[in-house]
Design a protein around this ligand. Structure first.
Ligand code: ADP
Ligand code: MG
Length: 322
């Protein structure tokens, strides 16, 4: 069923950036304190993620690469839980179906780790290996066995941009984790563990430091925190607007509107404020679209969330705060 595998894999892995997202989320789930991303040719020939998380036993490592082996059927309300981002148990297997993967992993309490090499779902090698605590996954030649898919990838600058977007979202959501990002021979980002404001500066530059206004607003059911750029700092391009729900990046035109509405009268038309906002809400009050690649969600009470977001931003940029 390797064709079925490949098709299913294409649902999860659409481009190098989707593999980066899945693998980095796994590292975060594994409690890593340091996560390193190395790519070559915009991830088309090499994507490597090295973490110092809990690692995997030999059995778990093997199972993680086999489709549907990790059948973790969880309740719908678990899907968006605060504590874990993984829910499908098929990302690694999907990547292994469409690439050449070398996995090295070791739990802290074991002397030797496990090395597994897979090519298009075929296990080529499995042996004990001396390696660092944690997990080191090397994904080579994504879509090597699906030429149509490989040819469909965009230019390196475009694919790189998608990877940077995913990297930025995860780095913003987890300032307590140290991240580095190497593309070719270039160290693109080197981000020590820190607090959110410093993480923003690390990702976007020193000029952001003086431009951030703190957001903090809470009701019984919803909490909003983070930063917005001051009105004068608004840009002509939309790009740097980040919204997270329970630490997951989401897109929401509706909540973006709440932010824009709070800026009304303070910025010119066709300019866009910088923002990094975190919404915390009980997962039972949201409805996640379970498609793996979707970044949209539904709130039970959308209007209440809108009001809190707007109030948080309004409060942050109120004249007495600037
Ligand atoms: P999911 O994250 O949805 O469970 P994945 O295919 O992404 O599915 O990963 C399968 C399993 O492999 C995970 O549940 C986890 O147990 C293990 N795993 C994957 N990546 C790592 C990692 N970096 N460190 C430790 N365990 C990992
Ligand atoms: Mg996962």
């Amino acid at each position: 069923d390797s064709i079925a595998n490949q098709i299913a894999a294409g649902e999860v892995v659409q481009r190098p950036a989707s593999a980066v997202k899945e693998l980095m989320e796994n590292s975060i789930d594994a409690g890593a304190k340091n996560i390193k991303l190395i790519i070559k040719e915009a991830g088309k020939t090499l994507l490597q993620i090295i973490d110092d998380g809990i690692g995997m036993s030999e059995t778990d490592a093997r199972m993680s690469l086999e489709r549907h082996a990790t059948s973790k059927i969880r309740k719908a309300e678990d899907l968006f839980s605060l504590f874990t981002m993984g829910f499908r148990g098929e990302a690694l297997a999907s990547i292994a179906a469409v690439a050449q993967v070398e996995l090295k992993t070791r739990p802290a309490d074991q002397e030797l780790g496990t090395c597994i090499v897979v090519e298009g779902s075929d296990i080529k090698k499995q042996e004990p290996v001396a390696c660092e605590k944690g997990t080191n996954i090397c994904v080579k030649n994504l879509f090597f066995n699906i030429p149509a898919r490989r040819n469909f990838l965009k230019s390196n600058p475009v694919e790189l941009k998608h990877i940077i977007d995913e990297f930025q979202r995860l780095a913003l959501a987890h300032p307590e984790i140290s991240f580095s990002f190497i593309q070719g021979d270039e160290l693109v980002y080197d981000l020590p563990a820190t607090k959110l404001s410093q993480r923003i500066v690390g990702l976007f530059g020193k000029s952001y430091k003086e431009q951030l206004a703190t957001c903090q607003e809470e009701t019984e059911n919803v909490k909003v925190s983070g930063y917005v750029g001051k009105p004068d700092f608004a840009r002509k391009t939309r790009g740097e607007q980040f919204l997270f729900v329970n630490r997951r990046f989401i897109r929401s035109n509706y909540l973006n509107h709440a932010v824009m509405n709070a800026f009304e009268g303070l910025i010119t038309e066709n300019s866009f404020p910088f923002y990094v906002l975190f919404i915390e809400i009980d997962p039972k009050h949201i409805d996640v679209n379970v498609h793996p690649t979707k970044t949209e969600i539904k709130f039970d009470d959308e209007r209440a969330v809108y009001a809190v977001v707007r109030a948080a931003v309004r409060q942050a940029i109120g004249s007495h705060n600037l």
